[in-house]
Design a protein. Structure first.
Length: 475
């Protein structure tokens, strides 16, 4: 077999492959065997029809076609290896010459991973917010905990802000009650803002048995984004009483004996969360600064598939669960279809560029992924997907997605290495040590999470096969 590579552009090549006919013999034998199992010819046992009879009855061309289809992947793979190429997606194959007994010639155009030059990035410096927990932050955390332990007592008076009302809701659009627009027995705290706009004003002042009607834009369901006439009926009014912020409350709500101990624990937790946010922001800024320095040619076919996959996941999963279509979503976001498409393209481009750059850095740094790291990443992905680790692992293996997970971990480690080599300071001018985190409860950002966050999510199209990975939580 002979092969030649023609570079069409920095991300696409054309392979020309010439195969001597004798190298097709194993595939021809396999083609005759396969056809033999599918046909019945009088006078011959099944599977024992001679090749010459198959040629006479069904045509030599049918056998050649079957043989070539079987052999092409092998010859294409050999040509890719010989040309030392890194193909992205599936090739576009064209058989240019097939002479029985002489030669098979075909071309294969395919996108390839572009060659990327990683410049020095050690002089990158980014600034993030300082980790500071004010007393007001601690007060708010304690207040939220008191809210969780609040008690309610049914009262015979008009509802006021802070009260809990038990109510029924009925939504009408164009005078018709929506099938999914009826809800009964809902407990709602007035002033919480957790239901429809306008409901606080509607129920304030109502006693048990009272009814009010107001207009509001629906946030979900079949008529999401549309104005609806809402009828609300109050069945009960209850006052809420928060426990006193004292040592007795601390013992009730936590493992601590005193309120001061509870407050210190809240301060520690808040600091840990702020440290997490700080690390996330640092990773995002470092990656953005790195991407600005690297020129990455963009494979258009891969980009097109990535855009289509992201759009599919948004429309069919995220919006589908909300009972909303794309037009309604764009209306709520106050975006035109053109603006949405441009934003989607930018996100897809950034995701692909991030993957290429971090893969190149991982290769240069000879990053390895241990079984322990892969297992830990798999556990986290399983948790975020709502599947058990066993179910998720089985789906990954059956879907041939193990290399994808390895790549995610590898890119995460590469980004972590970049961040360690640059300067990160906070708004107070202090150098930030992102390794100095309290991991008591595992509330730390992992390298792979950081890479996905900073890069606008991992690409959702398998770059090697072009197959769309149906990521329901990726839009």
């Amino acid at each position: 077999m002979k092969s030649a590579v023609e570079t069409l552009n920095p991300t696409r090549v054309r392979l020309t492959v010439e195969v001597p006919f004798e190298e097709l013999k194993p595939s021809l034998d396999a083609a005759y065997k396969k056809i033999n199992q599918q046909i019945t010819v009088p006078g011959f046992r099944k599977g024992k029809v001679p090749a010459r009879v198959i040629d006479q009855r069904f045509g030599r061309g049918a056998v050649l076609e079957e043989a070539v289809n079987e052999a092409l992947p092998k010859f294409y793979s050999e040509a890719v290896t010989e040309g030392e190429l890194n193909p992205l997606g599936r090739p576009e194959v064209d058989i240019t010459d097939l002479k029985d007994g002489e030669v098979l010639t075909f071309t294969a155009e395919v996108d390839i991973r572009p060659e990327i030059e990683i410049p020095d990035y050690s002089d990158i410096e980014v600034t993030v917010d300082a980790v500071e927990v004010a007393d007001a932050d601690v007060d708010e955390a304690v207040e939220q905990l008191r809210e969780r332990f609040a008690s309610t007592t049914e009262v015979e008076r008009a509802a006021a802000e802070g009260d809990v009302v038990r109510l029924d809701l009925q939504a009408r659009v164009d005078g018709e009650v929506l099938e999914d627009g009826v809800a009964e027995g809902i407990d709602y705290t007035i002033g919480s803002g957790r239901l429809l706009d306008g409901i606080d004003e509607a129920v304030t002042g109502l006693e048990a048995g009272g009814t009010a009607t107001f207009t509001s834009e629906l946030k979900g369901g079949s008529a999401a984004g549309r104005e609806a006439e809402i009828t609300v009926t109050v069945h009960a009014v209850s006052s809420r009483e928060l426990p006193a912020a004292d040592d007795e409350f601390a013992q009730l709500a936590s493992e601590f004996d005193t309120l001061e101990e509870l407050r210190e624990d809240a301060r520690t937790r808040l600091a840990r969360q702020k440290k997490y946010d700080q690390a996330t922001k640092a990773q995002e800024q470092v990656l953005d600064a790195l991407l600005e320095r690297v020129e990455v040619p963009m494979p258009e076919n891969l980009l097109r598939d990535e855009i289509e996959t992201r759009k599919h996941n948004l429309v069919n999963h995220q919006l589908g669960r909300l009972g909303m279509d794309l037009d309604r979503y764009l209306e709520m976001q106050e975006k035109t279809a053109e603006e949405f498409d441009e934003e989607l393209r930018e996100q897809a481009e950034k995701g692909i560029r991030t993957q290429f750059v971090l893969d190149e850095i991982a290769k240069n740094q000879k990053v390895n992924v241990s079984q322990e790291e892969l297992t830990e990443h798999l556990m986290r992905r399983a948790q975020s997907s709502g599947m058990s680790p066993d179910e998720f692992a089985r789906a990954v293996v059956e879907g041939g997605q193990v290399p994808m997970l390895v790549g995610e971990v590898s890119r995460g480690k590469a980004l972590a290495g970049v961040v360690e080599s640059v300067r990160v300071v906070d708004t107070n001018g202090e150098v930030v040590d992102l390794e100095d985190e309290d991991e008591t409860e595992g509330e730390t950002i992992t390298p792979e999470e950081a890479a996905a966050t900073a890069g606008g999510d991992e690409p959702t199209t398998d770059e090697n096969t072009g197959e769309k990975a149906d990521k329901k939580d990726n839009a």
